[in-house]
Design a protein around this ligand. Structure first.
Ligand code: FES
Length: 115
């Protein structure tokens, strides 16, 4: 099981449990299923409305699957990451703190999602 804690200054933090191995579950899908009001528009990795900040709550796990090509494009366009940041993360095998909720696939790890 993965514990996902959703945090936003306007709401009480909410922790939900995602089934491990459900590699099709995006953060946005899980948020919707749990009535967590993450903003979204396109739902397809193109508008950056669903921008989230992700932090690992355990030190040895990775934060979700790798950045999708759509996330790379949108995160650079929105100024959250530079192309150099993305290259460095790829070389050093590091996760991105900035993700798109509609693109990030949940893995079996505990994370904090700020939205
Ligand atoms: S809803 Fe548009 S990028 Fe996620």
């Amino acid at each position: 099981m993965a514990n996902i804690t959703f945090s936003n200054p306007a709401y009480k933090d909410k922790t939900v449990y995602a089934t491990a191995g459900s590699h099709t579950e995006t953060i946005l899908k899980i948020a919707k299923q749990n009535q967590i009001p993450i903003s979204f528009s396109c739902g397809d990795g193109e508008c950056a409305t669903c921008l989230i900040k992700v932090t690992s709550l355990s030190d040895k796990t990775r934060m979700g699957g790798p950045l999708t090509e759509k996330e790379k494009t949108v995160l650079v366009e929105s100024g959250k990451l530079t192309k150099a940041d993305i290259e460095k993360m790829a070389v050093d095998d590091l996760p991105s703190p900035w993700r798109l909720a509609c693109q990030m696939i949940v893995r079996d790890e505990d994370i904090l999602v700020e939205y």
